[in-house]
Ligand binder design. Structure first.
Ligand code: URP
Ligand code: ZN
Ligand code: ZN
Length: 489
């Protein structure tokens, strides 16, 4: 019998400790050897001229989420809707783009509990091909949810609680946010936070609407950098008060990143995530003719090209150490997605979010490595190793080392591709990155030792994606720092 199921020969392997030209041996879905020569494999793949990288870990994806309103600033949608991207279509898209695991979301509908939603999300996740974990959204932290249901969900392996400081009806007050921070500290969870000031956005939105400024471009005007900076500052300050580690999601600007950098310098456990849209898209994209700008509407809003350079600087400094997609697709045509309130709807009614699961790795590689802004090791850390570490999935995911899952992407660093929606292989009818030229492309994706994508063709059996339960992990332990030595329970 062959010693290995698979040998990947002669590629440049990014190990996390520098890149080495060597072979990788895979057995029973895991990395079994990294050596100059791996002999005795049932199957070999010639990776000469390619990079051999850990499969992407996308720790912020909205997939098949059910909702009763949300991701807008208007209070419509009382009925249950399901996010267009199913776990099957998302898996196809992820594999096409070199990503093998995701952390997505269990919703909480305002006025309802979370346990049923967890069960529903888990069942949905198991229909796909991607390995998946969950953040639990808390939009209504009642005593029953916090005291009875959060412990049950955590016991199942959900180790992050997600809160929104804006959106109707998801936003939490400071008192509610503190309640979630305390629960997270008690149960050993990370808290992930959408940082924008709800009341400030509401005030500006009403004023813009009253002035007849209703088109998609005014989405950006409703939420300038200062509302993100303020909420980031507040989110960190309250987390520091409670001594609870947090990750700030989708940082769009230096103003917010600086709040993170200052807190990190004080020793506060806070991490910052950014996304490809904040180094490629701008507010001007939302000013395209007619309704077209809706295709680029996400929150926080994309800024400008000068801000892209500042985000790269914050990545280079390590303040922002994860690049997720925040994949949250709403189709452009039809009545389900961006146009669900009509094609002349004012901006506050248009759902916020853009698709980006398949585009994430190519954009970060191309804009980062190919353009000389970061090295290969940084790329791997930003897109795989750091999200795995911060989410408590490391070293099972996010690294090529013996014992880790054999999630691997074979990467052609020289391949030039013009992004099109067809290449994204998602359920959404557009990509905001249409026409973007990238250098560097995934030629094959391997999930737990199985080749699931080759030359753009995805082949994987629905129902083979595995839930990734997350146990307690050191990174999210509180520091043991309490103001005046007093920490209320
Ligand atoms: O606009 C965005 N980012 N939509 C997805 C939901 C969220 O805020 O993460
Ligand atoms: Zn968000
Ligand atoms: Zn999101």
């Amino acid at each position: 019998m062959a010693e290995y199921d698979l040998a990947i020969r002669g590629g440049l392997v990014a190990t996390g400790f520098g890149a080495v030209r060597c072979d990788v041996g895979v057995k029973d879905g895991r990395i079994a050897a990294i050596a100059e020569k791996v002999e005795g494999a049932a199957r070999t793949i010639d990776a000469a001229g390619l990079y051999v990288l850990p499969g992407g870990v996308d720790s912020h994806c909205h997939i098949e989420e059910t909702s009763r309103g949300g991701y807008t600033m208007s209070d419509g949608e009382p009925q249950v809707t399901v996010n267009e991207e199913s776990f099957v279509t998302a898996s196809t898209s992820a594999f096409a783009g070199g990503t093998t695991s995701v952390v997505c979301f269990i919703p909480q509908w305002k006025g309802f509990g979370i346990w049923e939603r967890y069960q529903d999300a888990r069942t949905r996740g198991e229909t796909g091909m991607l390995d998946f974990a969950f953040h639990q959204i808390i939009s209504d932290p009642t005593d029953a949810v916090i005291h009875d249901e959060v412990p049950k969900v955590v016991a199942e392996g959900v180790r992050s609680l997600k809160v929104f400081l804006t959106y109707e009806p998801l936003h939490l007050s400071d008192a509610e946010y503190i309640k979630v921070l305390i629960a997270a500290r008690k149960h050993g969870c990370l808290v992930t936070v959408h940082c924008e000031n709800y009341d400030a956005i509401g005030w500006r939105t009403q004023a813009l609407l009253a002035a007849g400024m209703t088109g998609p471009k005014y989405h950006a005007w409703s939420r300038p950098r200062v509302v993100e900076r303020e909420a980031t500052h507040r989110a960190i300050a309250l987390a520091e008060l409670v001594d609870q580690p947090i990750q700030v999601f989708h940082v769009s600007c230096e103003d917010a990143a600086e709040e993170i950098a200052r807190a990190q310098a004080r020793g506060v456990k806070v991490w910052g995530e950014t996304c490809p849209q904040y180094v490629t898209l701008t507010a001007a994209d939302m000013d395209r003719p007619g309704f077209e700008g809706a295709k680029f509407m996400c929150s926080p809003a994309p800024r400008d090209t000068a801000e892209h350079a500042r985000i790269w600087e914050m990545i280079r400094r390590g303040t922002l150490d994860v690049v997720s997609s925040d994949h949250c697709g709403f189709s452009y045509e039809g009545t389900r997605g961006k146009g669900s309130s009509g094609r002349d709807a004012s901006f506050e009614k248009i759902p916020n979010g853009i698709p980006g699961l398949a585009a994430r790795l190519p954009i970060v590689f191309s804009e980062g490595v190919s353009k000389g802004r970061i090295g290969l090791e940084e790329f791997v850390k930003l897109t795989a190793t750091n999200p795995a570490r911060i989410m408590g999935l490391y070293p099972k995911k996010g690294v090529i080392q013996p014992g880790s899952d054999a999630d691997i992407v074979l990467w052609d660093p020289a391949k030039k591709v013009t992004l099109t929606n067809a290449l994204m292989q998602h359920a959404i009818d557009y990509t905001p990155y249409e026409g973007l030229e990238v250098t560097g492309w995934p030629v094959s994706t391997i999930r737990r030792g199985e080749v699931v994508m080759r030359d753009g063709k995805v082949q994987a059996e629905p129902g083979t994606g595995r839930f990734l339960p997350r146990g307690p992990y050191d990174l999210v332990k509180p520091r043991g720092v309490a103001p005046d030595g007093f920490m209320p329970g």
